[in-house]
Design a protein. Structure first.
Length: 446
């Protein structure tokens, strides 16, 4: 493959918009040269308005097959916990082949939606038919991501107990169970199975599902310079559980016992007091926010303005995949704040007044940090991935880059756009991927 060149009339680079950006893409599909205020040259492919793709910091890919199927009443007071029971029913039916087909479909949807990398928080370890085989399910994910072309950070999850008091996992949680030595062995095995543009990270399900000693042991045995992910403070009930047991709130407890730094991604840092907001922001860790899933599950509202005030880093995840669309994630993140605060334009600063541009650039930077892959936007040395907005749409006529992005987020989710991966337009999802997904659903919904 020879070097290719593009000319963007407007493009969102690391922090702000630039006009007349000429980029060169090398044979490995990375940006080798980026020149703002340049002149178009013969052979350049021209695009009008370009933004970076967003890294997806949190995915449980199997949950895509149950999206939309839990929107009915099962109890007087439906909650995250009643949803979880339904989710466990699916988790206990899926075999490795089915997971592979679900992942191929959902990862293809992600590429089309504008995510070009994904952190897969994977906890269904035990094979459905061979209980001792704990790697087949992970291998299905590695293969699916590679074939689709999305970059993958595989996060095999350590999950050992049902409660912070150490009580045993329920029968429906048995497929998730690994002891620490099994975990380390699996981790090392998977590292040898990766393709280019894939890596691994250490992952603890939550403070309720893994003991302090187990976390310490794993962090001593494995390289701590990799991504380290954990569900931290999603539900009030788990905050209370941790408080009753430790006399500390989850974030407080984590920071008390571990050197939490920029390698950590605290997923669902939803319920935070002021001190915890400061802890996370000052440590450089990522708050992994999943606005649509958190809304769907009734989790609560992340303290965004306070977190931004302390210059905290954040990333966006599609988590349960109730919808796969980064624009709608950003919309929900901002709208939840407006409803909560009874104010408008929350995510804004003196240097960046536009909500879309501020949240998008933060999600790109934080997302790249959460996966530690070269997906940090339109910068030299990063994968040449971007989204080209279709400015021929009536809603985008005669608008600046900032206003185009705000319009796609807030004004119309039907404005067409095209994802580019390593300098090339992604191909539409193959018919065989759809058919295999449909057949998988038919067997799971029997
Ligand atoms: Zn999750």
């Amino acid at each position: 493959m020879v070097d290719r060149s593009y000319f963007f009339n407007r493009a969102l680079l690391a922090h702000k918009w630039h006009d007349n950006v000429r980029v060169i893409i090398d044979a490995n599909g990375k940006f080798s040269k980026i020149s703002p205020n340049a002149t178009k040259q013969d052979g350049d492919s021209v695009l009008d308005c370009v933004i970076p793709t967003i890294p997806n910091c949190h995915s449980h890919v199997f949950q895509r097959c149950m999206a939309g199927l839990t929107e009915f009443k099962t109890a007087d007071n439906d909650s995250f916990w009643s949803w979880r029971d339904l989710m466990y029913q699916y988790a206990n039916q899926i075999n490795a082949k089915q997971l592979y087909h679900i992942a191929k479909y959902a990862y293809s949807e992600m590429l089309e939606a504008g995510y070009t990398s994904v952190c897969e928080f994977h906890y269904i370890h035990r094979d459905l038919t061979d209980n001792n085989n704990v790697k087949n399910m992970s291998l299905a994910i590695i293969k699916a991501a590679h074939e689709v072309g999305i970059s993958l950070t595989l996060l095999p999850v350590l999950y050992t107990q049902a409660h912070i008091n150490g009580s045993q996992l329920s029968p429906l949680q048995q497929r998730f169970k690994l002891d620490t030595d099994e975990y380390i062995a699996l981790y090392q095995t998977l590292q040898k199975q990766l393709f280019e543009e894939q890596n691994t990270g250490i992952c603890f399900h939550s403070l309720r599902a893994v003991s302090l000693e187990q976390m310490q042991y794993v962090l001593e045995e494995l390289d701590k310079r990799q991504p380290i992910h954990i569900h931290i403070a999603e539900q009030q009930a788990e905050i209370e559980q941790i408080q009753q047991h430790t006399q500390m709130r989850p974030v407080e407890y984590l920071y008390h016992h571990f050197d939490v730094n920029k390698n950590w991604c605290l997923v669902h840092a939803t319920h935070l007091n002021e001190k915890e907001v400061k802890h996370i922001a000052q440590s450089g860790a990522i708050a992994g926010i999943c606005p649509l899933t958190e809304a769907n599950l009734g989790d609560g509202v992340f303290p965004l303005p306070e977190y931004l005030q302390h210059k905290g880093h954040l990333a966006i995840g599609s988590d349960s995949h109730i919808l796969i669309n980064p624009f709608q994630e950003i919309q929900m993140l901002e709208y939840s704040q407006r409803l909560h605060k009874q104010q408008r334009v929350i995510a804004s600063s003196s240097s960046n007044r536009h909500v879309g541009t501020l949240l998008w650039t933060k999600a790109v930077k934080g997302g790249a940090q959460s996966c530690q892959l070269p997906v940090d936007g339109i910068q030299i040395g990063q994968q040449a991935n971007w989204i080209s907005l279709d400015t021929s749409h009536p809603l985008l006529v005669n608008l600046s880059g900032e206003k185009c992005l705000d319009s796609v987020i807030f004004a119309n989710n039907q404005i067409p756009y095209q994802t580019y991966l390593k300098g090339k337009k992604i191909i539409p999802m193959q018919q065989s991927i759809k058919e295999n997904y449909k057949n998988t659903l038919k067997s799971l919904r029997n």
